[in-house]
Design a protein around this ligand. Structure first.
Ligand code: AMP
Length: 416
């Protein structure tokens, strides 16, 4: 037997219905914020993600699915959404004539070679939002508001936004220096990867998974102490705006996020202090890093699978339709022909209709009526059909009514 790959799962049945429900809510909300839908390819040139996400990040060093295709090209499966969207933005020169910010949202599968556990898979979905072209704190506030309200509309009312600022380039450089000076005397106590990170990218020591509980990391300098005046003011302004919009946030000075491209605001969405349900931030240098001009950007990615898990764990009522409208039963060949066109007619007129397609006995068909939880059933009968009539039965009240076949749709419209 060929089984699915570790860290992947099939989507069907109730889970498929739950996802469709969540998708609809999120798509409607994104439209209200005036974000347009985008989908980028599942595979891209490795260089895009390696350069975009950062060579020294765990994601690129340990988690990407990299391979050579048959044309000897270096290919990587998409591990996150932002780099591909930036590639699209640069490749289409959308920076050329920007009169308004360009705002897009996506719903895409991601691939990371991680140790699978609850809420952590190798193939998983992220919904994400990206906004290009504004460096104003207003667009930070908008993306955070979109993220926050997405969870709330899904019924996760108690989410908190964890918020931090890495500041502008000058602030980040000051902070980098401070980290190197702080960690250098302790470096022998940290893991091998952290030793390498010290000079290359000391910020990454802070989200080391091996040393996560180490006191040395816990006591490391905090970004907020190294922000210059401008970055500090900007962060204060953002907090004011979040207060105005009544967004529930907490400053978390330890938050740095695992990707290299962030500056100024970084944030995560958490519920009951459990793992992050999503994260984002500002990435003003990324468009330039990926070959475009200097265009600011800010975005967010929702861990969609985790969000649905959290909805289930927190008792959110996700409506799942587990019934059909009409089941049509028959015995003779001529009744079967009527069932054939009548079922299509009902389906095309908006009803969930089912009939027997396995040439089974009437008794077996009645069992299907129960299994599908049909609201109405129609047992076709040749002698009735001669006078254009069918008998429709309400499966709950067991009441029957004889209806002209041409009036059937009206009858159902009236009764459902
Ligand atoms: P990131 O792109 O790493 O910032 O992640 C954004 C969100 O995606 C996280 O907060 C998680 O909710 C979700 N996520 C990240 N990695 C995984 C994974 N391997 N499996 C499921 N969800 C994930």
């Amino acid at each position: 037997m060929i089984t699915k790959q570790k860290g992947t799962y099939d989507i069907y049945g109730d889970l498929a219905k739950k996802r469709a429900y969540v998708d609809e809510i999120l798509a409607t909300l994104c439209e209200k914020y005036n974000y347009g839908y985008i989908e980028t390819p599942v595979f891209e040139a490795s260089e895009l993600f390696h350069r975009g996400v950062g060579e020294t990040t765990d994601m690129v060093q340990k988690e990407t699915y990299d391979f050579k295709d048959r044309g000897d090209r270096d290919i990587t499966l998409r591990p996150e959404g932002t780099a591909g969207v930036v590639r699209w933005f640069v490749e289409n020169k959308l920076y050329g004539n920007m009169t308004d910010p360009i705002k897009v949202f996506y719903n895409m599968k991601m691939y990371r070679y991680e140790r699978p556990q609850s809420g952590r898979n190798r193939e998983f979905t992220q919904w994400g939002f990206e906004c290009f072209g504004s460096d104003d704190v207003m667009s930070d506030a908008e993306v955070i508001s979109l993220a926050y309200n997405a969870y709330r509309l899904l019924g996760l009312d108690d989410v908190t936004i964890k918020l931090n600022s890495l500041g502008d380039t000058e602030s980040r450089n000051n902070y980098r220096e401070a980290l190197i000076n702080y960690f250098r005397p302790h470096i022998d106590e940290l893991c091998e990867d952290c030793k390498e990170r010290l000079e290359k990218n000391p910020l990454r020591i802070l989200d080391c998974k091996v040393d996560a509980e180490s006191e040395i990391i816990k006591n490391a300098p905090k970004t907020l102490d190294y922000l210059n005046e401008e970055s500090k003011n900007r962060f204060e302004k953002l907090k004011d705006m979040l207060d105005l919009m009544e967004i529930n946030y907490e400053v978390d000075t330890k938050l740095v996020r695992g990707l290299d491209y962030y500056n100024h605001v970084v944030f995560e969405v958490v519920l009951n202090d459990s793992y992050a349900l999503g994260g984002g931030g500002r990435y003003n240098g990324l468009v330039e890093t990926l070959g475009g001009p200097s265009v600011p950007g800010v975005g967010f990615a929702m861990g969609y699978d985790r969000t649905i898990l959290a909805m289930e764990e927190n008792g959110v009522n996700i409506p799942i339709n587990d019934s059909i409208d009409v089941y049509i039963l028959y015995v003779s060949e001529s009744e079967k022909e009527t069932a054939c066109y009548l079922t299509q007619d009902l389906r095309l007129n908006g009803f969930i209709a089912e009939t027997d397609s396995m040439a089974r006995s009437l008794k077996a068909q009645f069992k299907s009526v129960d299994r599908f939880n049909a609201k109405y059933l129609i047992v076709l009968n040749d002698s009735e059909l001669e006078s254009n009539k069918v008998t429709i039965k309400d499966n709950k009240t067991k009441q029957e009514e004889s209806v002209n076949i041409n009036d059937l749709l009206d009858y159902l419209d009236m009764h459902m």
